[in-house]
Design a protein around this ligand. Structure first.
Ligand code: GDP
Ligand code: GDP
Length: 439
């Protein structure tokens, strides 16, 4: 599982700027999908070989006693509790504030690795002013400048160091035997996740096996349906109670993210009675970033009238437009309606996500596409595409080789994506296209 880094600090110290830095590489991939919300508080990043999840906890008000602030503080504390390491951000220019002391007091009580970071430290790396932060009692202070990108690399290294992470294996994907389809059911609290899962597990056609060592936190149920093996993994926000699942009170963003990360296919449930909410598009955005295969299902279809249904369909088209490669179902978990076709789509998405594309076929398709429409010249450079090979699975990655490919536009990449998708029938999986230039 990817380690989770939580960013904590009072407002205006530069947490979101830092967040954007730490998640930058991934953001670039999803930069221009219409409908993908940008103001997320959680994202993924990669530093060297290590991938991680970052949570920006927003405004932290440890002594907020009421209303929305209290709610925010609760969310923050939950994120901090679930994080593997906390980065406490202070403002190098403003110096230590009373609020910093409050937060420090709270963090000192946690037995959790915590890194004290003084942001906005451009031009003052050696400044004696920084030493005043020692009074926070959190050890050494690391100066960085999020705005100028200074100190970022060692910041991530330092943050991950106490976790003693094993060296990740090389990215090369294996073509070996595929295991069971790892399935996660995601969605907001009350979307109907536990109802759906309990309905499934109560079905005769679904044979569930009890797995020894299932702990309170880790839910994993292997099962078989029509000869296909599945594993229902760590479904977020649910707890197993005897034979049934029930929702746990607090919705956990971290658990949702980790469930998505460890799945092959994510079934995203939208609550028809609530419409597509911001939280839904955040989760959807994260699924896209993770590259997991996805099936969309609007649940509680029984509870909405014709007019609401129409509105819903339209808001899915606009707010989740970046998932238009996914198949969409309208179901009622409670009334057991529309559930059968979900399995077809889950299997289809998994098949697409793990499909194998040979170099000769990819290259032929690439060259045909280029012949149909060549990439535009950019100034003196004319991108020249030579061949393509598959660089990964789940999500499938197609690596295009050639010259001057850094000038290929996003529009052209989307054009290629469309051609590849059609040819390989890639329904339900993101597809990544990478350009590899040899000079
Ligand atoms: P947040 O409220 O903690 O998320 O803070 P923001 O990321 O919104 O930043 C608050 C302000 O500080 C913005 O005006 C940023 O441009 C500025 N800022 C962020 N990082 C730096 C930095 O490294 N140096 C300087 N000088 N300003 C920064
Ligand atoms: P979870 O928090 O995502 O696990 O959601 P639950 O499964 O606990 O469901 C939340 C509420 O929605 C419960 O009261 C369910 O009975 C109800 N619910 C779930 N599925 C449906 C459905 O298909 N139709 C209607 N009308 N209600 C549903």
């Amino acid at each position: 599982m990817k380690p989770v880094i939580a960013l904590v600090g009072r407002p205006n110290v530069g947490k979101s700027t830092l967040f954007n830095r730490l998640t930058k590489s991934r953001d670039a991939i999803v930069a221009d999908f219409a409908g993908l919300t940008r103001d997320r508080h959680y994202g993924q990043g990669k530093q060297g070989k290590h991938e991680y999840i970052v949570i920006d906890t927003g405004g932290f008000e440890p002594d907020a006693s009421s209303g929305i602030f209290k709610e925010m503080a609760k969310q923050t504390q939950q994120a901090v509790a679930e994080a593997d390491v906390v980065i406490f951000v202070v403002d190098a220019r403003a110096g230590v504030s009373a609020q910093d002391h409050e937060i420090a007091k709270y963090l000192r009580r946690l037995s959790k690795p915590c890194l004290l970071v003084a942001n906005k430290a451009e031009g003052m790396l050696e400044s004696p002013q920084l030493s005043e932060f020692y009074e926070l009692g959190l050890g050494q202070v690391y100066p960085v400048s999020a705005a100028h990108g200074q100190g970022m690399r060692s910041l991530v290294d330092l943050a991950l160091e106490p976790l003693n992470l094993p060296e990740p294996e090389d990215d090369a994907f294996e073509e070996g035997e595929l295991g069971p389809i790892k399935l996660a059911v995601a969605g907001r609290p009350n979307a109907g996740k536990s109802t759906l899962i309990n309905t499934w597990l109560g079905e005769e056609r679904l044979v569930a096996f009890d797995m020894p060592g299932t702990t309170r936190d880790a839910i994993s149920v292997p099962f078989e349906r029509n000869g296909q093996k599945f594993e229902l993994i760590d479904t977020a926000g649910l707890r197993r109670k005897g034979k049934v699942f029930e929702a746990i009170e607090k919705f956990s963003v971290v658990k949702t993210l980790q469930a998505i990360e460890s799945a092959n296919v994510v079934l995203l449930l939208i609550d028809a009675t609530q419409g597509v909410t911001e939280q839904d598009s955040h989760i959807a955005g994260f699924i896209l970033e993770s590259g997991r295969a996805v099936v969309l299902a609007v649940n509680k279809w029984d509870a909405v009238d014709e007019y609401q249904r129409e509105l819903l369909q339209r808001s899915i088209e606009s707010r989740l437009s970046f998932l238009k490669f996914a198949s969409l179902h309208f179901i009622s978990a409670r009334k057991r309606q529309g559930l059968g076709p979900l399995w077809t789509s889950i299997a289809q998405a998994h098949k697409a996500a793990t499909c194998k594309m040979s170099t000769p076929v990819l290259t032929r398709l690439l060259l045909e596409a280029v012949q149909f429409q060549a990439p535009k010249r950019a100034g003196m450079f004319r991108p020249k595409m030579r061949y393509a090979h598959q660089g990964g699975m789940n999500p499938p990655v197609i690596v295009v080789h050639g010259n001057s490919l850094e000038h290929v536009t996003d529009a052209y990449k989307r054009f290629l994506e469309g051609r590849f998708r059609k040819e390989f029938n890639l329904v339900g999986t993101p597809l990544r296209i990478e350009m590899k230039t040899s000079h």
